[in-house]
Design a protein around this ligand. Structure first.
Ligand code: ZN
Length: 58
């Protein structure tokens, strides 16, 4: 079972309701969009490989 959590873009409150914030009625979005996290992890692994190279050259 996957728990989905959303975050209001207006009041920054975490909520389980998709689409509408129960507090202010603002829009809720997933705090970690899949596309963003993939991009970030790819950048990170590239950086990590560079670090490993640097370590080996010591
Ligand atoms: Zn809100």
């Amino acid at each position: 079972m996957t728990k989905s959590i959303f975050r209001c873009i207006e009041c920054k409150i975490y909520s389980l309701s998709n689409g509408k914030c129960p507090t202010c009625g603002g829009k809720t979005v997933s705090p970690r969009p899949a596309r963003f996290s993939i991009e970030k992890s790819q950048k990170y692994s590239k950086y990590r490989r560079m670090l490993i190279k640097t370590e080996q050259n010591k």
